[in-house]
Design a protein around this ligand. Structure first.
Ligand code: NAD
Length: 397
């Protein structure tokens, strides 16, 4: 039997991954979103999918099927989720009854707490499966003709990935490396908790949004232009970001204390993350603010805004809040609560952000809101004690 991979989702990333994998493997694209699978299948018809890669080369391939039938999971060796993280739970749940033991399920990017969500959705079956969390998507990519053509704008050199259980790491990562090809180089990260707390988007996106549009800095009036997102980071926003990243570091230190031997090296500060990922692309690396202001990769990127009568209002439901708070920041805040750590900066960002996205997550500073189950807060997955958290994360005390 040929190696079979399910590529899940139907957006930019999923179409690119499908096109790439189908060149060499039995690839089935799966989307559970509305009628997306049927639409994509009709759009492609009898044609081959065309993927343009950096340098201008074109790869043509044809997925074996494009479907919304979860039972295709029965033949899968690898299931790769390349969808926004709020959709991960649905895929885990629908595939669970069909997956064979030893299936590798990878999320790209994992955001935070993906391993715990996976275990909670699979129940007893989780122990026979291998979960892999990637820190990010390796490609910057866009489809150019929906369902038929896409372009890889750039590929990262290295990406971190962690495997649960750790004993399956070597085997799983070498299979995933085979799937991805030479680039990016998949680097083993010690554990999924490190991937969860490294998640840079959970601080950067909501933090920069708060810094610009929160009650401490914005008067609610429209702007003449959409402000620059990264280049526009000012002293106040930097203070918010530093507060958040320091609070996450306190969580890491406490975890290493309660679980000796736990290696949290990859859950670094935001500044360190910039130095690791954008080396050579920043003119001034002296501070977090200067790293963000002078990063060539961010040139011209603006705040998500909507035009109203020729002026600009922020889009406060954009994924910088609607994805990064529930599946990122809420994980960190929830874990801090379990560890009895104060997180004043994260709290004020969550308090403001939850109203923007219309969720009740935190009440009086505690993770008890009615919408907790829509988040990756451990509390939303039924975990309220340190012992339960360690067990769910497969961490030894
Ligand atoms: P996208 O916005 O194109 O993904 C849209 C897809 O998500 C839809 O096609 C559908 O399959 C699914 N979806 C949307 N709403 C849904 C819903 N309500 N329920 C279920 N499924 C739903 O995103 P993308 O560009 O493919 O990126 C995927 C992930 O990778 C995101 O988390 C993104 O932040 C990240 N990422 C993307 C890039 C890039 O260059 N495209 C770069 C870095 C990171």
């Amino acid at each position: 039997d040929k190696f079979t991979v399910l590529c899940c989702g139907g957006g930019n990333a999923a179409q690119v991954a499908t096109g790439l994998f189908a060149v060499r493997y039995n690839t089935i694209a799966v989307s559970f979103f509305a009628d997306e699978a049927a639409k994509w299948k009709a759009a492609l018809g009898d044609d081959e999918f065309e993927l343009t890669i950096p340098g201008g080369g074109v790869m043509k391939s044809k997925p074996k099927d494009i479907t919304n039938d979860p039972s295709v999971a029965k033949d899968a060796d690898v299931i790769l989720l390349v969808v926004p993280s709020f959709a991960h739970g649905e895929y885990f749940e629908k595939f669970a009854p069909h997956m064979k033991p030893g299936t590798i399920v990878a999320t790209m990017p994992a955001r935070s707490g993906g391993d715990i969500l996976f275990a909670s959705k699979l129940g007893d079956k989780a122990k026979d499966m291998i979960f892999c969390g990637f820190e990010t998507l390796p490609w910057a990519c866009r489809f150019t003709e929906w369902g038929k053509k896409a372009t890889v704008l750039g590929t990262k050199n290295n990406i971190l990935a962690a495997v649960s259980p750790i004993s399956a790491s070597r085997k799983a990562l070498s299979k995933l490396q085979g799937l991805l090809g030479v680039n990016p180089l998949v680097e083993e990260s010690p554990n999924n908790l490190g991937i969860s707390l490294r998640n840079p988007g959970m601080c950067i996106h909501p933090g920069v949004m708060y810094g610009r549009w929160g009650p401490e800095s914005w008067d609610g009036q429209p702007k003449d232009e959409a402000p620059l997102f990264y280049q526009g980071v000012d002293d106040f926003t930097e203070k918010v970001l530093t507060g958040m990243t320091d609070e996450v570091q306190a969580i890491c230190c406490k975890m290493e204390e309660v679980a000796p031997g736990l290696n949290m090296k990859d859950a670094c500060t935001l500044k360190q993350w910039y130095l690791d990922c954008y080396d050579g692309q920043m003119k001034d690396t002296s501070t977090l603010k200067s790293c963000m202001n002078t990063n060539a990769a961010y040139d011209g990127l603006k705040h998500p805004c909507k035009e109203v009568d020729g002026k600009f209002m922020p889009d406060l439901k954009y994924r910088y809040l609607s994805e990064d708070i529930p599946t990122g920041l809420c994980f960190a805040k929830g874990l801090a609560e379990i560890l009895s750590l104060e997180t004043p900066t994260i709290d004020k960002v969550v308090k403001w952000g939850q109203e923007c996205i219309g969720l009740e997550i935190m009440v009086d500073g505690k993770m008890t809101g009615k919408d907790l189950d829509k988040t990756r807060a451990p509390q939303g997955m039924g975990i309220t004690t340190l012992d339960a958290f360690l067990a769910a994360s497969k961490i030894e005390k």
